[in-house]
Design a protein around this ligand. Structure first.
Ligand SMILES: [Zn+2]
Length: 316
């Protein structure tokens, strides 16, 4: 008898990725293509199905156990429906699990990409062996997923765990999600970049202006981290602020979920101590000892593959 294979896919804003894995979670085949979301739902779906068929070349259909699919939007896991993808109206209320299952002819699981990344870190990565874990990924935005008592906490219609959109400052401005003063407005990569641009446009003296030849649109979080390491006072202030707000968000998370571990992923965490020192200081000064004393904070282990591992975990 041939061994079963397990598939995972991630439909991201930029790339669609597909992997074929064995039962132990080892990726045997890995493919990626641009998502080209602007071409619409039918085109994205056709490209995904073509990519899956390409990945399955030489594999008998009877070997396929199923596919877990992650997507950057709000998903009702139980019904397999995409509720909403920010900025892409056409996808609202699409029964996408069934659409894919019909085209593919094998079982499909569908969930939000950040939920799946949390599940991936829980089953295969930094949160393995724990029962209560919170995953936060800090990149362009802030994504998250919650494992409570060994289970992904999805809430009533699948939209639980949007920790990037808890309010940390009522005067913090409007967020794209509709709320005011969200955590993501202070510690995401785009927030860090935006804060630098605002200050530079006010005429603030900083190494950063020369770094990008006064073309502020070229600023990135890694460049701001580099300037901070050279002692630039604006860059240091920006990281200090981002870390404090992240700490504020984490104190809320500790008070609500009492996790054993918080796993931090995403490119912005690459700033290391610049972000983590002020975060830790805020947590020490603000979280009640009983709430924080048993919680570890660790860096994610699976990088960009966390969501793919989580998609596999939907199948087992
Ligand atoms: Zn928000």
């Amino acid at each position: 008898m041939l061994d079963k294979v397990f598939l995972a896919a991630d439909i991201g804003g930029t790339q669609t990725r597909v992997v074929v894995s064995d039962a132990a979670g080892r990726f045997r085949i890995r493919l990626a293509r641009p998502t080209e979301a602007h071409k619409g739902k039918a085109s994205v779906t056709d490209r995904l199905v073509a990519l899956i068929n390409e990945a399955l070349q030489g594999i008998e259909s009877s070997q396929v156990a199923g596919i877990g699919v992650g997507i950057a939007g709000a998903v009702n896991y139980e019904s397999g429906t995409i509720l909403q993808i920010p900025g892409l109206q056409e996808w609202a209320n699409t029964p996408y699990r069934d659409v894919l299952a019909e085209k593919l002819g094998f079982p499909v699981g569908l969930d939000n990409d950040a939920n799946l990344a949390a599940l991936g870190e829980y089953r295969f990565g930094a949160a393995r062996g724990y029962h209560h874990a919170v995953y936060l990924t800090i990149s362009t935005g802030v994504g998250s997923g919650i494992i409570s008592d060994g289970k992904l906490l999805r809430g009533a219609n699948g939209t639980a765990g949007e920790l990037g959109h808890i309010t940390v400052d009522p005067n913090g401005g409007r967020c794209g999600c509709g709320n005011t003063g969200c955590l993501a407005l202070f510690c995401s990569g785009s927030a860090i970049r935006r804060k630098a641009i605002v200050e530079l446009e006010k005429g603030r003296d900083s190494l950063l202006a020369a770094t990008v030849n006064h073309d502020f649109a070229k600023l990135t979080a890694p460049l701001i981290a580099e300037a901070a390491r050279q002692g630039d006072s604006l860059a240091l202030e920006i990281w200090q602020r981002a870390g404090q707000y992240l700490g504020m968000g984490i104190v809320n998370i500790l008070n609500i979920f009492n996790p054993e571990i918080i796993v931090l992923g995403g490119g912005v965490v690459g700033a290391g101590d610049l972000l983590l020192d002020p975060m830790n200081k805020w947590i020490e000064q603000n979280a009640p000892l009983a709430v924080r004393s048993n919680t570890k904070i660790e860096i994610a282990a699976l990088g960009d593959d966390a969501g793919l591992y989580g998609a596999l975990a939907l199948l087992t």
